[in-house]
Design a protein around this ligand. Sequence first.
Ligand SMILES: NC(=O)c1ccc[n+]([C@@H]2O[C@H](COP(=O)([O-])OP(=O)(O)OC[C@H]3O[C@@H](n4cnc5c(N)ncnc54)[C@H](O)[C@@H]3O)[C@@H](O)[C@H]2O)c1
Length: 259
Amino acid sequence: MLNLDGQVALVTGAAGGIGNAVIRLLQQQGAVVAAVDLNPLDETLLIGSGVQRPVKSWICDVTKVEEVDRVCDKVRASLGPISILVNLAGGSGTRAAQTLSDTTDEIWEHVMSLNVTSVLRFCRAIAPSMSSAGYGRIINVSSTLRHGIYGAVGTLGARLPYITSKSALVGMTSQLAKDLGPFGITVNAVAPGLTLPGEEGAITKRFRALPQEAQDKLTGHIPAGRPADGNDIANAIAFLASPEAKYVSGQVLDISGGA
Ligand SMILES: NC(=O)c1ccc[n+]([C@@H]2O[C@H](COP(=O)([O-])OP(=O)(O)OC[C@H]3O[C@@H](n4cnc5c(N)ncnc54)[C@H](O)[C@@H]3O)[C@@H](O)[C@H]2O)c1
């Protein structure tokens, strides 16, 4: 049992597949969760996965700085000071760009804004109050794909900006850990491998739509013999969010079943 009693945890991308698992686990460990997403939470999925009501949720486009600042103010006013920030919102965008030539500035800037600049925006809005309190936990979500991939990956949209952005998050995590460490704030990243967080998750649907051969190719190299589920990722996030992880900072934890 991790002691998150009464701590306010702001989770972005909370309506997504991994987000549901993170909400449930942080709640079970005693945290008060502020769920933030572009889309509304699907309460039926949350209840089905064992989350107790109420989960307070806010709609926010993390690519818009004024929306980020506004939502952070609203969460603080509603729930009190935020001591845990989980930067989970992200993805490879809605427009496919498989080659360098496909990768327009517009696609690039959107994916970077979604995956990297959004983290800057939330950290900038929340870290000062964590610093004043002398305590905070920031967890960013990178990807094992940050090392680059050879060949097409059927579940990825704009792959060059996605991979670049998830790699950039690692540098950002290292520097923020150094800058914020003296104020009692730890900053870490988790890097999931292929994660299928329930049949309703967007990525699960894209994965299941692939030909069997492509699915086998994506999972065949995983020593654990299966993709991750949402709990595999949420468990690591919850540990890094806990007081017990106080001496862990600036790290990237691959959660990839040994792949
Ligand atoms: N599922 C995987 O295999 C995998 C692997 C490595 C990393 N990741 C990362 O984990 C995170 C969560 O992934 P997931 O599998 O739950 O995906 P998901 O698509 O189910 O969830 C992403 C969530 O982000 C939200 N979002 C998208 N754009 C947004 C915006 N502009 N403002 C606010 N919210 C926005 C979506 O509404 C969605 O709820 C992402 O950052 C993803 O890159 C996932």
